[in-house]
Design a protein around this ligand. Structure first.
Ligand SMILES: Nc1ncnc2c1ncn2[C@@H]1O[C@H](COP(=O)(O)OP(=O)(O)OP(=O)(O)O)[C@@H](O)[C@H]1O
Length: 252
C-alpha cells in the first residue's frame, strides 16, 4: 500500500537559494508525524509546497494518489489537505460557532450554502466537541484565551473534514496546561486523521511524538522515534552547530 503523502525529489529555490533540496518524505495514513529541524531547515517551506502556496522547482507531491504540484490552494483544500498558519485566521467579531461554520463552508458545495440550515452541521458539531469548545460556541472569538483560540483554529480545520492536517507550531506561546490539552487534542485527532506537526518544543515531542522527521538544509537528515532521533550523532551535530540551548534541548 502506498503512503497517503508521498514526496519525491523535491527542490524549492528562492532567488537562486535552494531552500529544499532533493527531499523525499512518506507519511502513512493515520500517522501523527512530528517535523523538527533548526531554523531555516525548510519546515514551513515544505508545508507551503504541500498546500500549494509555494511551487517547487522540481519533484512530486502525491496525496492519496493525486499529484498536488501545480494545483491551486483551494483545490488542495478540497482534496482534503488543511493547514494552520503561524498568524491567526480567526474572525474576532464572529462567534466560535460562526467561525467553525464559515470554515466548514469552504468544502461545501455552493447549493448547500444557499439552503437555510437549522443548527450546526455534523462536521461543526464534531469540531466543537473534539476541541472542547462546545460551551463557548455562542461566545465572540475575540474573548478567547490564546490556547482556546489555537484550538478554535484546529477546530476550523477539522470542520473542513480534511484527511491530512498540517499544523505549524501549535503550542507556541501556550501555558503548560494548554500544551497538555493540545497534546491530548492532537492524539485524539490522529485517531481518524493523518497529522503532520512542525514543533520546536522538545518536552512536547517527548510526551506526544511517536515518529519524528528531522530536516536539515532542506532535506531529511534522520527519521525515527524520539529516542532514536535524540541519540543520533548527526542530529546532535546539526543542533550543536547552531545554538547551544537548542542542542541542549534535543540531546538532554
Ligand atoms: N519567500 C522566500 N524567499 C526567500 N527565501 C525564503 C523564502 N521563504 C523561506 N526562505 C528561506 O528558505 C529557508 C527555509 O525557510 P523555512 O521558513 O522553510 O525554514 P523553517 O525550517 O520553517 O525555519 P523556522 O524554524 O525558522 O521557521 C530559509 O533560509 C529561509 O530564509
Amino acid at each position: 500500500m502506498s503512503a497517503l503523502l508521498e514526496i519525491r525529489g523535491l527542490d524549492v529555490v528562492f532567488d537562486g537559494f535552494r531552500a529544499i533540496s532533493g527531499l523525499d518524505l512518506s507519511v502513512e495514513q493515520g500517522e501523527l508525524r512530528f517535523l523538527i529541524g533548526p531554523n531555516g531547515a525548510g519546515k514551513t517551506t515544505l508545508i507551503d509546497v504541500v498546500t500549494g502556496l509555494t511551487r517547487p522547482a522540481a519533484g512530486t507531491v502525491r496525496f492519496g494518489g493525486e499529484e498536488l504540484v501545480g494545483r491551486r490552494e483551494h483545490e488542495i483544500v478540497r482534496l482534503g489537505v488543511g493547514r494552520t498558519f503561524q498568524t491567526s485566521v480567526v474572525f474576532e467579531e464572529l462567534t466560535v460557532l460562526e467561525n467553525l461554520d464559515l470554515a466548514a463552508s469552504f468544502r461545501r458545495p455552493l447549493w448547500s450554502l444557499l439552503r437555510r440550515r437549522r443548527g450546526a452541521s455534523p462536521a461543526v458539531e464534531r469540531a466543537l466537541s473534539t476541541t472542547g469548545l462546545s460551551g463557548l460556541a455562542g461566545q465572540r472569538a475575540g474573548i478567547l484565551s490564546h490556547g482556546q483560540r489555537q484550538w478554535l483554529e484546529i477546530g476550523m480545520l477539522i470542520a473542513q473534514e480534511p484527511r491530512l492536517l498540517l499544523l505549524d507550531e501549535p503550542v507556541a506561546g501556550m501555558s503548560l496546561d494548554e500544551r497538555a490539552r493540545t497534546g491530548e487534542l492532537l492524539t485524539e485527532i490522529a485517531r481518524d486523521h493523518t497529522v503532520i506537526v512542525v514543533e520546536h518544543d522538545m518536552d512536547f515531542l517527548r510526551r506526544y511524538a511517536s515518529q519524528v522527521t528531522v530536516l536539515h538544509e532542506g532535506a531529511v537528515l534522520v527519521e525515527g522515534s524520539v529516542e532514536q532521533v535524540r541519540a543520533d550523532p548527526r542530529v546532535q551535530e546539526v543542533y550543536l552547530g547552531r545554538a547551544r540551548e537548542e542542542a541542549g534541548d534535543v540531546v538532554r
